[in-house]
Ligand binder design. Structure first.
Ligand code: NAD
Ligand code: MG
Length: 380
């Protein structure tokens, strides 16, 4: 039996992780954590029988506690709960599928406790890659990517030990507004931005796909995971989302991983790495596909992507500013308080105004997040 603890169990990645557990039947779930959805978490507890379950909100945790009194499960809340999950002795793998920078501290704690990390939460590496990667190395802990592009790169590196990467070709669907120009996007509504052509994901990441900030975050994530220079990462728009990313080697050979757009594959690959297992669902049909197409990203329309390269180049806490400003901007956009194009504007203005810190500690990363939030709240 594999033993996993899962942060973010009620979300898009979390529920798909549990689908794999249900299908494969040889994974034991030792702990589950979510934000506030105590109804779904209770159902998950009854099905998967973890020893520990955590809700972020105390009130929701109390309700959960009352409703699972008949079971042998400990209920905790808040960061203390997430940290308890991260270090619990029973779990071998921590799946980090919560949204936001909240993922940093549990990930650090889990690495220090020697857990393998199946990493979906990209904010962790974007903001704290300089802390997480050396720490994982020091503790000999593998960081297994769950993000489909990074999983594809990881799979394309398999068997290539000693051969250095010449270039990473990070594919992007282009989102619902591919081909549009800036002026076409000024009146975009929340519903339009939530309509992703290929992937079904949480709301925040779906908006990030529409602005292409998601790709920006992934560029930064890839830089840390695969230890390459920023110039070695090229974003390739590939609307069919069949090639999940590629690696070009020094001799010009390009190795890619292809598949239907189904997050369960990268999740399962991380859980059983390096083993592959049968997975239900559709397979690629090349005759039906007929052709695959590629485009250069439009960095003027999707300015948020250009800003990610700038943030990474400046380094220090600027990727944190980029990420925090985006988180706040997306929340404001989802409440219809700012326009779609304002999202990138707001990120840029925060990147210009926030205090620069060269080597931020975890505490300074969280302080930067607070500074960005204050700045945005004082102006919008
Ligand atoms: P989601 O919004 O669907 O789910 C988020 C989960 O986190 C939920 O279970 C929620 O309850 C939990 N959560 C939120 N706030 C919390 C808190 N304060 N404490 C504890 N739990 C909390 O998001 P998602 O789409 O599943 O994405 C999760 C992460 O994975 C993100 O970092 C995202 O960038 C990354 N990711 C997602 C996909 C995808 O296909 N959905 C692909 C690649 C990477
Ligand atoms: Mg992705």
């Amino acid at each position: 039996m594999k033993k996993i603890a899962l942060l973010g169990s009620t979300g898009s990645i979390g529920t798909q992780t549990l689908e794999i557990v249900r299908e494969q039947k040889d994974i034991q779930v030792t702990a589950l954590a979510a934000g506030s959805n105590h109804v779904l978490l209770e159902r998950q507890i009854r099905e998967f029988r973890p020893r520990l379950a955590v809700l972020w909100e105390e009130k929701a945790a109390k309700e959960l506690q009352a409703s699972v009194r008949d079971l042998d499960v400990t209920i905790l809340f808040g960061m203390e709960g997430l940290l308890a999950i991260a270090v619990m002795p029973e779990a071998e793998i921590l799946v980090t599928a919560i949204v936001g920078m909240l993922g940093i501290r549990p990930t650090v704690a889990a690495i220090e406790a020697g857990k393998t990390i199946a990493l979906a939460n990209k904010e962790t590496l974007v903001t704290a890659g300089h802390i997480i990667m050396p720490l994982a190395k020091e503790h000999h802990v593998p960081i297994l990517p769950v993000d489909s592009e990074h999983s594809a790169i990881f799979q394309s590196l398999h068997g290539e030990k000693g051969n250095s990467i010449h270039k990473i070709l990070l594919t992007a669907s282009g989102g619902p507004f591919r081909g549009k120009k800036r002026q076409d996007l000024s009146q975009v509504q929340v519903e339009d931005a939530l309509r992703h052509p290929n992937w079904s994901m949480g709301k925040k990441i779906t908006i990030d796909s529409a602005t292409m900030v998601n790709k920006g975050l992934e560029v930064i994530e890839a830089k840390w995971l695969f230890n390459v220079k920023l110039e070695q990462i090229q974003v390739v728009v590939h609307p069919e989302s069949v090639i999940h990313s590629m690696v070009e080697y020094e001799d010009g050979a390009v190795i890619a991983q292809l598949g239907t757009p189904d997050m369960r594959l990268p999740i399962q690959y991380a859980l059983y790495y390096p083993k592959r297992r049968i997975l239900s669902g559709k397979r690629l049909d090349f005759f039906q596909l007929a052709s695959l197409t590629f485009e250069e990203p439009d960095l003027d329309t999707f300015h948020g992507l250009a800003l990610a390269f700038e943030a990474m180049k400046r380094g220090g806490n600027i990727p944190t500013v980029y990420n925090a400003a985006n988180e706040k901007a997306v929340a404001l956009f989802l409440e219809s308080k700012i326009s779609f194009l304002d999202i990138a504007e707001l990120i840029q203005s925060c990147m210009e105004q926030c205090t620069f810190i060269e080597q931020p500690s975890v505490a300074q990363i969280l302080e930067t997040e607070a500074e960005v939030y204050d700045l945005i709240e004082s102006r919008w």
